[in-house]
Design a protein around this ligand. Sequence first.
Ligand code: NAD
Length: 360
Amino acid sequence: MEKKITVIKGDGIGPEIVTEAQKVLDKVGEKFGHKFIYTDILMGGCSIDKYGEPLTDEAVETARNSDAVLLGAIGGNTSTSPWYKLAPNLRPEAGLLKIRKELGLFANLRPAVLYDELRNACPLKDEIIGDGFDMMIMRELTGGLYFGDRKTEVVDGLETAVDTLTYNENEIRRIAKRGFDIAMKRRKKVTSVDKANVLDSSRLWRKIVNEVAEDYPEVELEHMLVDNCAMQLVRDPKQFDVILTENMFGDILSDEAAMVSGSLGMLASASLNDTKFGMYEPSHGSAPDIAGQDKANPIATILSASMLLRFSFDMDKEADAVDSAVKKVLEEGYRTGDIMSEGMKLVGCKAMGTLIADAV
Ligand code: NAD
């Protein structure tokens, strides 16, 4: 099969980790007889430096005309980088919001898995971890507070800011369907998270999720308030299979789940639209503190490439091969600095990429 992949290396450690993921994809191509054709585009700080904006319309068109996007990370040090002195719509993150909106990437998938080899990195007690956990957070990505109308104005002599949280039933229905579809491929449980005791948008969310659930009789559905979910994630993470939630709740809960699983450098993510198209990226940021030092962990990006193979190209065998290669290299004791523990073998970003590619 021949597939076109748009590559966004981005800023900070982005170029290093994406290069390693491409190394692994090329090995998959060689082994399984596929050809991946890469086209690089700029997004984030590197695009601001070259074009004065974080993502050009031409770059969006290149992405739109490909089969999937592989992204490293964007952004710099938010206290010191000149990019953060620009107007909000010209900062690196505006590129990310633009590409999500332009390509209709409304469903964000973030797995949070505890690898047995990395139990030590998990901050929870052994009796809470048990046999480990494996959950998928399905976050709505193009609606809610982050996309609603907002303004800051002086009202009765006081500076006053307003953000609007809006969802319509179609936006809720399409993400709910995606959540239930994913649950059908997993342990068939959906926990829908809202704040229905306070918010109208959450009450509509709950009503539509209940309607969608009728089409998935095999899937167990439970509703949970967001504050309770934040507690349950550290009290008993094993109970979750698919967590389905709106944009801001998902933003916060997915970072909490990431911390609970111990290492940000291991967590992949996917953002999907209505078709097979998706954008795949690690859950972490551009780590400017370690950029260019061959210290970054490329595994989250490599696992994102594996999700790309699985969800956009239907290459399940190939994705399984990448996941198993990651596991094998961890079992053999190789670690980057962020997941290093006593008795293990410390390697850099490039060496980790090569080890995983060789294990495919
Ligand atoms: P971060 O995730 O970049 O880094 C947090 C900490 O984790 C740092 O100490 C970093 O060194 C470490 N870390 C992260 N990824 C690692 C990896 N693969 N291997 C080893 N260590 C790793 O978060 P931050 O420092 O808050 O943000 C830095 C920049 O990234 C900011 O500009 C932020 O806006 C941006 N950001 C971008 C994305 C994205 O591109 N989707 C997501 C989050 C943050």
